[in-house]
Design a protein around this ligand. Sequence first.
Ligand SMILES: Cc1ncc(COP(=O)(O)O)c(C=O)c1O
Ligand SMILES: [Zn+2]
Length: 414
Amino acid sequence: MSFARGLRCLRCGATHPLAWHDRDCPACRAAGAPSALAIDYDPAMLAPRPPAPQGHGLWRHGPLLPVAAGDAVTLGEGGTPLLALPRLAAALGLAALQAKDETRGPTGSFKDRLACVGVSAARVLGAPLVVSSSSGNAGAAAAAYAARAGLPCIVFTFRGASLPLVTQMRALGAKVVYAERSEDRVTLLREGVRRFGWFSTSPFTDPITGSNPFALEGYKTLAYEIAEDLGWEVPDWCVLPVCYGDALASILRGFEDMVALGWTRRVPRLVAAEVSGSLAAALASGADALPVLRRNAPSVATSINAPRGTYQALDALRRSKGRAVPVDDAAMLHWQARLGREEGLWVEPSSAAALAAVAALRADGSMVVTDRVVVLATASGLKDPAAAAATMPEIPVVPTDLDAALAVIAARYG
Ligand SMILES: Cc1ncc(COP(=O)(O)O)c(C=O)c1O
Ligand SMILES: [Zn+2]
């Protein structure tokens, strides 16, 4: 069974029926500070009890999700390892630095958690079709789970999206189409939701406030798994690459659930590693409406390149006494390369934004040597190899003579 009983606005607390899962809060939108609605549960769900999760992976925490485990559309998601990063911890002067390795989800990114719970809800609600306006990981995950559910899936993407990702969506059976302009994708999707009741696993309001509230709950399991792997302790900081803050806002709800359940005693400070600086500006100004901060140049972080943050992310940062850290291309490529070379984990440039933010907070003294830090490794480097490849020198050709070959290897690689 599910304890979901309605929806609640994150900003003003107004409650609405579950059927409003494809809208945001009308009152906050009218007030100029659009805000997402989150699932409101029967308090019985969070009655204190000992941790007794059962089974494997994401649905191990089924009683805390808005869809009953018996209705799950599953590909064996969740249960990803929390990997120690000892060399990078030493380099950054931190007691403990760990990566929650989401690169090994069914489609290679953390979006599998979102799509898994979202498509499960779509099937329960009788939606005719799953849709996503993604250029990347969200579209691939939507395609996989729709295929698994036996539901058709349309992905509106745009020319210029990473070829491996677009191929992944197509291989997983999605009807992939290019919109003429990137910004047209959401317009088309929005109309499909309104006219045909399509279930969208990606956000589509204008301005964007967040993804479908059923789907978002899948990310809470990141928090449960991190705490369980730490012996029901929580890290001092949890650092995420952030676009619309879907995972950031939801992971905090997961940490808060565990405090209510008596499994843990506090929540970590959350950090949003962002490209635009929109969240950092709103934190500094105290406003609830997020500014649009456009970059002049394209970013290597194609997955997190939104010019405006969301209220849900801002709220999560405020509630957890967190920080927003703008990161640039050079820092992301630097930490992507080091994580690969020194710890054996290859992530997307966007994912490396989390480490870039840790380095910045360590450098300005916000993080101290005794802090225990967890970064979310959101997606595999295989998703978007072009940016990393562009930084690599040509591969040398060696003669068929081992001594000569070793000389070439030494000359190039040392
Ligand atoms: C690799 C990667 N990291 C981070 C994000 C940030 O997502 P969110 O909207 O949860 O902030 C995304 C998706 O947008 C992504 O694809
Ligand atoms: Zn509201």
